[in-house]
Design a protein around this ligand. Structure first.
Ligand code: AP5
Length: 231
């Protein structure tokens, strides 16, 4: 039986990963959520699921995501609210890709207050944009379990197959070079202001995301442990 490597303490709050496309939000958020045994909430994954299932939300979101633009708050906020009101979020959760605008951050602040959560812990994955292109064009994701690989930096043992469950590895449609530019511009314009926003609230912890996945993970865990229970 695989050893239980979950962290013995409770997370007890929302953790938010902030950073540009390819900074490593999904990679780190998944691992932190696994360690603390709490849900990993990726708004990108939720939206992609709606697109795959062809729900009314998915039909509206699909062309917007294909252009590398942000899906309007009116569609995203309700989806997030419904998700964090489920009982599995009662001991905390890890956001990846939300909030992405100041309006989303304000909405989330109110929602957390209403539900009696502590103030969120925001991890900013700081990185020079010049290293992001190979991270994004080389990314492959397991169709079954969602494990994230990179054909240049973190290849699977068998090409095209997930190490964990043998699932097929696929490339996201928005990881094509012509969509990456608009995604990076949308980040700079609409999401980067959140760094200053959370900085002013004293909730921001910046980490150098250019280091290895393991080193970034160590720093993430250290900073979460350093403030847990402090507020
Ligand atoms: P989303 O799915 O959230 O994508 P994103 O923000 O563009 O971020 P990515 O998933 O591309 O990157 P990541 O930082 O998670 O990196 P990862 O860990 O995978 O959003 C997609 C779209 O959905 C948006 O464009 C928008 O349309 C819509 N959307 C989603 N949320 C929304 C919201 N709240 N509001 C409105 N619209 C929304 O890593 C990337 C690669 O790098 C991998 O190959 C990985 O193996 C590798 N890697 C990771 N860390 C390292 C490292 N330290 N060293 C070397 N390689 C690394």
């Amino acid at each position: 039986m695989a050893p239980d490597t979950r962290h013995p303490d409770k997370l007890d709050r929302a953790v938010i990963f902030l950073g540009p496309p390819g900074a490593g939000k999904g990679t780190q958020a998944k691992e932190l959520a696994r360690k603390y045994g709490v849900p990993h909430l990726s708004t990108g994954d939720m939206l992609r699921e709606h697109v795959t299932k062809g729900t009314p939300l998915g039909v509206k979101a699909k062309p917007i995501m294909e252009r590398g633009e942000l899906v309007p708050d009116s569609l995203v906020l309700q989806m997030v609210r419904e998700r964090i009101e489920r009982p599995d979020c009662s001991h905390g959760f890890v956001f990846d890709g939300f909030p992405r605008t100041v309006a989303q951050a304000k909405y989330l602040g109110e929602l957390l207050k209403q539900h009696g959560y502590k103030r969120p812990f925001v991890i900013h994955l700081a990185i020079d944009p010049s290293v992001l292109l190979p991270r994004l064009t080389g990314r492959r994701t397991c169709k079954m379990g969602g494990e994230i690989y990179n054909i240049y930096e973190r290849p699977p043992k068998v090409a095209g197959r997930c190490d964990a469950d043998g699932g097929e590895l696929v490339q996201r449609p928005d990881d094509r070079e012509e969509v990456i530019g608009p995604r990076l511009r949308a980040y700079e314009k609409q999401t980067a202001p959140l760094v200053a926003y959370y900085g002013r609230l004293g909730l921001l912890h910046s980490i150098d995301a250019s280091k290895s996945v393991e080193e970034v993970g160590r720093q993430v865990l250290q900073s979460v442990q350093s403030v847990r229970g402090a507020r």
